[in-house]
Design a protein around this ligand. Structure first.
Ligand code: IPM
Ligand code: MG
Length: 409
């Protein structure tokens, strides 16, 4: 909360709106497909960015990433208006709900959203609708950001940080395309109910409509097309009906992308193959829950979850950009967090959210430069390197942004 008090949050302007974000229900829309969110009009060089630091290490990594974003942008003639708003546990503490209406409005009206992390021990016992994580679901659902891009790349500088053998990890470069607004996370019926024997039952429903599968599959085909042209669709079509439809729809779309080599894999096998031979994967497309699990697994191959950014995109409106790590309450406030995942999320914001690829490349190059110089936070430290905290890592990346002449995009 302290972090917010230092910023320009007008406490009395934030209303508690009970019920506004109370139910996870229908989220269908059938607008024609476009791959990138049309956040900014062409030629516009001033952008509104909503900053949602959230909880735990969120405020630390966001403040570092904000400076890097600002610097890289200014070198490319971009200006940003930042609006910082509370979300998750921070919002619960301030106003009693995890997603205040004002935060959502600011996010919705922005050109792109940079989010830190959400959650912490303090709110673990809250009722479900008052858990910080609910803010994430509201944002995903109401911004309709159905396509979640989670890259997992093993940088040569960090290959020793991987838990896998060097020869297995080295060169891994994959993109997981996770469906984010459907499936078992949102399906109805849901809840804890009493069955006919008077016994409590917990219900969650894995459900996918054809249009939900088609639109995420198209994002994945397009993504694969821009990468190495290989797409692996992961499902559980030997058991789950939703997966049978998933496989059928993805297969049907393949004829529109003759340049992409499509394969299918059951999720249990995919979990195994990711560890056995991760280099076989280029682009993976999968449902919400499998994507959640496999992206954590893939992150470990890269050495640290503290390195991985993500982008969540819809057909229109702002995209949501966030590190895939959580709020890490055990190290919060100690200047130990690795800010690189958030810095790289800012690069994804520039690239996928605003179409500012040159500024994005400046950030990506600066991260590599700081790593080349040997700077490491604790999670990626190995002997012989320089151990730094969150702030110092941010300063080093900033220096690199300033000094590096960017390679052409
Ligand atoms: C993620 C997270 C979230 C999810 C949690 C925090 C609700 O694990 O973004 O991967 O399950 O989607
Ligand atoms: Mg997860």
């Amino acid at each position: 909360m302290a972090a917010f008090l230092q910023t320009n949050i007008r406490l009395n302007s934030i209303k508690i709106v009970p019920g506004r974000y109370s139910a996870l229900t229908d989220h269908q829309f059938r607008a024609p497909y476009r791959i990138r969110c049309a956040a900014a009009s062409p030629g516009k060089k001033r952008y509104n960015i909503a900053l949602l630091p959230g909880d735990g290490i969120g405020p630390e990594v966001i403040s570092v990433a904000k400076n890097v974003l600002q610097k890289a942008g200014s070198l490319e003639g971009l200006e940003f208006d930042f609006q910082e708003m509370p979300v998750g546990g921070a919002a619960l503490d301030l106003v009693g709900v995890p997603m205040p209406e004002e935060t959502f409005t600011a996010a919705k009206q922005s050109d792109a959203i940079l989010l830190g992390a959400i959650g912490g021990y303090k709110w673990d016992k809250n009722e479900k609708h008052l858990r910080p994580e609910m803010a994430l679901f509201y944002l995903r659902r109401d911004l309709k950001v159905f396509a979640n891009l989670r890259p997992a790349t093993v940088l040569p500088q960090l290959v020793d940080a991987s838990t896998l053998k060097k020869e297995v990890a080295e060169g891994v470069d994959m993109m997981i395309v996770r469906e984010l607004t459907g499936g078992i996370y949102f399906g109805e019926p849901r809840g804890i109910k009493i069955n006919e024997n008077g016994e409590e039952v917990g219900i969650s429903t894995e459900i996918y409509a054809a249009h939900e599968i088609d639109r995420i599959a198209r994002v994945a085909f397009e993504t694969a097309r821009k990468r190495r042209g290989k797409l692996c669709s992961v499902d559980k079509a030997n058991v789950l009906d939703a997966s049978i439809l998933w496989r059928k729809r993805v297969t049907a779309l393949a004829s529109e992308y003759p340049d992409v080599e499509l394969s299918h894999m059951y999720v249990d096998n995919a979990a195994m193959q990711l560890i056995r031979d991760p280099k076989q994967f280029d682009t993976i497309v999968t449902n919400n829950i499998f994507g959640d699990i496999l992206s954590d697994e893939a992150s470990m191959i890269t050495g640290s979850i503290g390195m991985l950014p993500s982008a969540s995109l819809g057909e229109s409106g702002p995209g949501l950009f966030e590190p895939i790590h959580g709020s890490a309450p055990d190290i919060a406030g100690q200047d130990k967090a690795n800010p690189l995942a958030t810095i790289l999320s800012a690069a994804m914001l520039l690239k996928y959210g605003l179409g500012e690829e040159k500024a994005a490349k400046r950030i990506e190059d600066a991260v590599v430069d700081a790593l080349n110089k040997g700077f490491r936070t604790g999670d990626i430290y190995s002997p012989g390197n320089k151990l730094v905290g969150c702030k110092e890592m941010g300063e080093e990346v900033l220096k690199s942004v300033e000094s590096k002449v960017p390679a052409t995009v």
